[in-house]
Design a protein around this ligand. Structure first.
Ligand code: CTP
Ligand code: CA
Length: 226
């Protein structure tokens, strides 16, 4: 494909991309979160916009500046992210769930700061809603891409998430590998497709990884998704 065509690859398409960690409050001064930096999701948003897409980025709290040419909604908790994603589902053509969403949140949120007591404390946690799973149930024409962060059995878990959550594609990374995972500017991912094929990518910058993921998406955008 020529340069001009590549530039317009996603013209007329609306992308909804989620990024970064969620934060689950326990009291006014404390929360539970995870090690996600948001960099992979931000790279996807920026590159999709450069390829001509209308991009809405729904981002958890992180230190990154808003990407150029992208509309950004900032959220904190998994519940907030769920609400914003569902409110924007209908007008989206491609949804990429690169956010690291908390699986649990404190069952009770305290209005004032918890004071320390002698001895141990147990904090009861309850499950959050699985946004990708719900999207898989609700989607119509949308092309749905999930991520899978694993420390072991990557292929097995990624394929399970693909089927169980009714996604069209899962991007998996082994976060224990040198050069992959949360904080850095590089990643090593394998893309799993519904037809059971997979595309392993080498160690690449998150920007280049994003471009390769987006090219795979554009190839798979079949008639159902046009
Ligand atoms: N995800 C989501 N909502 C949640 C949890 C996860 O939308 N409450 C999405 C993530 O954004 C990602 C995919 O599900 O696209 C897989 O997330 P991951 O944490 O790897 O898998 P889980 O299904 O949560 O399973 P586990 O953490 O037990 O591996
Ligand atoms: Ca999880």
């Amino acid at each position: 494909k020529g340069h001009f065509e590549t530039e317009l690859l996603f013209k007329g398409k609306t992308f909804l991309i989620t990024a970064g960690p969620t934060k689950e409050k326990i009291d006014p001064v404390r929360y539970f979160t995870n090690r996600s930096s948001g960099k992979m999701g931000y790279a996807l948003a920026e590159q999709a916009a450069l390829l001509g897409a209308d991009v809405l980025l729904i981002s958890g709290t992180n230190a990154l500046p808003d990407p150029k040419g992208v509309k950004v909604i900032h959220v904190e908790s998994a519940a907030d992210m769920y609400d914003e994603v569902m409110a924007n589902l209908d007008q989206s053509d491609v949804i990429i769930k690169s956010a690291a969403v908390a699986d649990y949140r404190p069952k009770q949120v305290f209005d004032s700061k918890m004071k320390k007591q002698p001895g141990n404390v147990a904090i009861e946690m309850e499950r959050t809603k699985d946004i990708l799973l719900e999207l898989g149930k609700k989607k119509k024409h949308q092309f749905l891409v999930g991520f899978a962060a694993e420390t072991d059995n990557m292929e097995e878990y990624a394929r399970d998430k693909l089927i169980r959550k009714n996604a069209d594609m899962i991007v998996a990374n082994n976060v224990t590998k040198e050069g992959a995972g949360f904080a850095g500017d590089t990643n090593i991912v394998t893309i799993f497709h519904k037809d059971l094929s997979s595309t392993p990518l080498p160690l690449l910058s998150k920007k280049e990884t994003a471009r390769r993921i987006l090219l795979e998406i554009s190839e798979k955008l079949g008639d159902d998704h046009r």
